[in-house]
Design a protein around this ligand. Structure first.
Ligand SMILES: CCCCC/C=C\C/C=C\CCCCCCCC(=O)SCCNC(=O)CCNC(=O)[C@H](O)C(C)(C)COP(=O)(O)OP(=O)(O)OC[C@H]1O[C@@H](n2cnc3c(N)ncnc32)[C@H](O)[C@@H]1OP(=O)(O)O
Ligand SMILES: CCCCCCCCCCCCCCCCCC(=O)OC[C@@H](O)COP(=O)(O)O
Length: 412
């Protein structure tokens, strides 16, 4: 027979398991998703409107307008971070050397990252949040994303650099947008997915044909990097940015995480790298590797800079090979802890928006008007379709044709 304390303990743990089971089931419920999406959409639109109200401030006090917009942007993007960190419980492990770690979040940096996963952007944002640069984070993003409600509109005020991925048309606007960032009042990370599009087998095959034509070594895990964006970023942010963070992101157990999976409360394990010696258990967390490269060591000349980037991608390919072989990146883990701010911001919006929603629905039902009830129902369906379209923007299957054809005919 078990002693009394053990029985209590077993009972306690059973209770815990049951509670966790219920929570897990709750996370898969459509109603929960609807509430989460409603909060995201309504809070996002409110914030977009407040951002719009900052427009008159720009000519008077640009730096203040930028700082306000960083906070407002944080309030939107941190909701997706909270969804990843607190709702799905996804764990993020960082492999990096402790000396570089001290500088993260305290300097401007260009982040060069592989582009394989549908939730790359959320995982990137999570690391930004942990180092306090989420509100100010930047990216060279495809123009199509600027039309996505809430996020795309928010990016306009955060001075995100957009490109059509047609260099002749992009050259001028990209340079101008980069020049604007030279006096940015907050530390920022500038994200570059040099591959230009997400990895698919077809895009990989075509890009390796291009590599062969150019006499470049083949890559196994990456597409051939597009060098123009990187070179122009380095040229225009020299003196503003101090380092390039060569980053590689992987998810454990060959998982391909999705935003719908995260919304359903599925826990993933991400890994990001810099250099490691400590022994760790690699079967539990997602993983990312970061190498800090001082910007002065990158060649100024455009063709040398392009060659440098090709060399970097060959090294990145070796890191990936190491990860595939051993299930881990080399180097010590120096992971920043999860902070409460994203969760608190989320709870704030939930408290603010869910109560009026319940009251409104109650009033509608009590009104007894079939017309009003039908209108509300149709409105809810329209919102769900809108959100589903937004989620579709993250899905690789629905991705662009960029890189599906050789040379310059490869647009959307
Ligand atoms: C540490 C944790 C992370 C921190 C995160 C920090 C911040 C987070 C912030 C925000 C998070 C949100 C994330 C949102 C993500 C959205 C990302 C995107 O939208 S990715 C798509 C847009 N971005 C890019 O494309 C950037 C990379 N591209 C470039 O730099 C391009 O050069 C360009 C500037 C876009 C211009 O492209 P274009 O195609 O017009 O010209 P290129 O000269 O580059 O291409 C021609 C060149 O390529 C060769 N070629 C032809 N076909 C292919 C092929 N299939 N594959 C490879 N190469 C090909 C061709 O021969 C030409 O060669 P050459 O240059 O020698 O003439
Ligand atoms: C709390 C939050 C609730 C969330 C509810 C759902 C909200 C939906 C939010 C949708 C966010 C849309 C932002 C999309 C950012 C996707 C970035 C991305 O990865 O783009 C792909 C491009 O790089 C390359 O494109 P391809 O050439 O591969 O094609």
């Amino acid at each position: 027979m078990l002693p009394a304390e053990d029985l209590v303990e077993t009972g306690g743990s059973q209770d815990y398991m049951i509670r966790m089971g219920i929570l897990q089931v709750l996370k898969t419920q459509f109603l929960c998703h609807l509430i989460i999406c409603y909060v995201f959409l309504v809070s996002g639109i409110i914030i977009n409107l407040v951002q719009l109200c900052t427009l008159p401030l720009w000519p008077i006090n640009k730096q203040l307008a930028r700082k306000i917009n960083c906070r407002l942007g944080y309030s939107i993007s941190s909701q997706l971070v909270a969804l990843l960190e607190w709702w799905s419980g996804t764990e993020c492990t960082l492999y990096t050397d402790p000396e570089s770690y001290k500088l993260y979040g305290k300097e401007n940096a260009i982040v060069v990252l592989n582009h394989n996963f549908e939730i790359d952007f959320m995982t990137g944002w999570t690391f930004c949040e942990r180092f306090g640069v989420l509100g100010s984070s930047k990216v060279l993003a495809k123009k199509e994303l600027s039309f996505v409600p809430v996020i795309g509109w928010m990016w306009y005020f955060l001075e995100i650099v957009f490109c059509k991925r047609k260099w002749e048309e992009d050259r001028k606007t990209v340079v101008e947008s980069l020049q604007n960032l030279r006096d940015y009042p907050e530390n920022f990370w500038f994200l570059l997915h040099c591959e230009g599009t997400r990895f698919t087998e077809k895009k990989h095959k075509i890009s390796m044909e291009v590599a062969e034509k150019k006499g470049l070594p083949k890559l196994k895990y990456h597409l051939l990097p597009r060098t123009k964006g990187f070179c122009v970023t380095v040229q225009n942010l020299r003196g503003t940015v101090t380092a390039v963070y060569d980053s590689t992101l992987n998810f454990r157990n060959n998982e391909m995480p999705t935003l719908l999976g995260v919304l359903n409360g599925k826990k993933y394990h991400a890994d990001l790298y810099v250099s490691c010696k400590i022994k760790i258990n690699l079967h539990e967390f997602p993983c990312m590797t970061v190498r800090r490269i001082p910007l002065d060591t990158i060649p100024e000349d455009e063709s040398e800079c392009a060659a440098w980037l090709h060399k970097l991608y060959q090294e990145k390919d070796e890191f990936q090979e190491h990860y595939r072989q051993t299930g881990r990146f080399p180097g010590p883990i120096t992971s920043p802890p999860r902070r409460p701010w994203a969760l608190l911001n989320w709870l704030f919006w939930v408290c603010l928006l869910v109560y009026p929603l319940c009251m409104l629905l109650l009033q509608l039902l009590l009104s007894g008007s079939t017309f009003t009830v039908v209108c509300t129902f149709v409105f809810c369906i329209a919102v769900s379709v809108g959100i589903r379209w937004m989620i579709g923007q993250t899905e690789i299957d629905k991705g662009s044709n960029y890189g599906n054809k050789d040379m310059q005919m490869n647009n959307n």
